[in-house]
Design a binder for this molecule. Structure first.
Ligand SMILES: Cc1cc2nc3c(=O)[nH]c(=O)nc-3n(C[C@H](O)[C@H](O)[C@H](O)COP(=O)(O)O)c2cc1C
Length: 399
């Protein structure tokens, strides 16, 4: 109510990028209120826990890449009840991004169009910032993902080197890494989704991953690939094949779309990535396809059009184990915490009361693994599974 009546109208008076930057700056100074936020927004419910290899997520709803590009508010996010955060996209070299205006609200469509173009301070600046947070004892308790993009001026032939630099620079700080080969706003970036280029990229990243892990006596970091929604399933299958052969930890589906304008109520010719509500159906179909094509063996993070708990739950039912959200500022009616897990928890509870067969939701949000990312299984979240015994395979996707 407070958000709807007071905060949102004020935010919507301003240019979307300006209000985003100001909100983020404010949040970055509110880390000290983390405990209070957690008390208000947080959810502690074993049924929502997800395990992915060595990583434990208190719940499956996270903040997707692009919201906190420079990682300035990492201490605050967990207070909002997110189960993980992904900062970035960060690129090897800092860059200003595309000319403004470059972010557009489409309130009637609950959507955003952005063509920011990876505006960020660069890998070295992020490393310094994260090191400072770590030294000050403000490190988040939830997994921190780092979303890596390609520097704009770097050519495709040098893209792998560019990604590698950022990966190496930030290796110590990320709990997992996302290779963003799917933003529509960096020219030719999406070419990296093609078989040969993707194979080269994943080969060098995973080699470096092994090397750095061996050097530091630590485990390899889970590396995920984020895909675009603008492709045929045949190309998605190729990506999955390459990802599995390179022992990628999961697929994030999806980034914003360069298309789908015909489905909008708002008439607009603005180029850029469309995200929010119009993306929802596409993402569900991608998640479902990925789940079926991999027989549930490759973890899927569903991103796109999550506004309420039912949206998150829909992705769970389609086969996703985690989901992220980004376009919250596009929403007409809800504060960011609405995405949070409290509603998902309540929704799961009401599903069980209304439709007993939907209790498989409980199994779909409790993820156990056998120590091998390529063979992650979901299990029912009862005492047996908490003790680690796998008692069922993946949840039934919606048919
Ligand atoms: C303003 C804006 C900036 C974004 N920046 C990034 C980014 O840097 N890296 C990335 O992987 N995705 C980025 N995205 C895509 C989102 O992470 C997400 O995949 C997409 O918006 C769909 O989710 P949503 O409907 O919840 O927004 C951005 C999206 C928006 C709206």
């Amino acid at each position: 109510m407070f958000y709807k009546r007071l905060v949102r109208p004020l935010l919507f008076l301003k240019d979307p990028e300006e209000s985003h930057e100001q909100t983020l700056a404010l949040l970055s100074r509110m880390g000290f209120l983390e405990g209070a936020f957690e008390w208000y927004f947080g959810v502690d419910d074993n049924r929502l826990q997800v395990k992915l290899g060595s990583l434990s997520f208190p719940n499956p709803v996270g903040l997707a890449g692009g919201f906190d590009k420079n990682g300035i508010a990492i201490k605050t996010w967990q207070g909002f009840g997110f189960g993980f955060i992904e900062i970035g996209a960060v690129t090897a070299q800092g860059q200003p991004g595309n000319p403004k205006p470059r972010l557009f609200r489409l309130p009637k469509d609950q959507a955003l169009i952005n063509r920011l173009g990876f505006n960020n301070d660069g890998a070295e600046a992020m490393r310094a910032r994260l090191a400072a947070v770590q030294n000050n004892g403000g490190w988040p308790k939830i997994p921190l993902g780092i979303n890596i993009g390609r520097t704009k001026v770097v050519e495709t032939k040098d893209a792998a080197e560019d990604f590698l630099f950022t990966f190496e620079t930030l290796f110590l700080y990320g709990d997992f890494f996302t290779l963003n080969v799917s933003s529509p706003n960096t020219p030719y970036l999406r070419d990296l989704q093609e078989r040969a280029l993707l194979t080269d990229l994943l080969t060098v990243i995973q080699e470096k991953n092994r090397e750095l892990a061996a050097k530091g006596g630590s485990q390899e970091k889970p590396v995920l690939v984020k895909v675009a929604p603008d492709m045929e399933f045949a190309q998605l299958d190729e990506i999955v094949e390459v990802a599995q052969s390179k022992r990628i930890a999961g697929i994030i589906a999806t980034n914003a779309t360069a298309f789908l304008r015909e489905s909008l109520v708002t008439r607009t010719e603005e180029p850029g990535g469309l995200s929010g509500r119009p993306l929802r159906g596409k993402v569900i179909s991608f998640v479902r396809h990925l789940y079926q094509a991999t027989q549930g063996r490759l973890p899927i993070i569903g991103v796109g059009g999550i506004f309420i708990a039912e949206d998150a739950y829909e992705k769970i039912r389609a086969g996703a184990c985690l989901r992220g959200t980004r376009s919250c500022e596009a929403d007409q009616s809800r504060a960011p915490q609405t995405y949070g897990t409290r509603r998902l928890q309540a929704y799961l509870r009401s599903c069980r009361q209304r439709r007993p067969e939907v209790t498989t939701a409980d199994s779909s949000v409790g993820l156990q693994d056998k120590g091998d990312f390529s063979n992650v299984r979901l299990c029912q979240n009862d005492s047996a599974s908490r003790s680690g015994r796998i008692i069922s395979t993946l949840p039934r996707p919606i048919s």
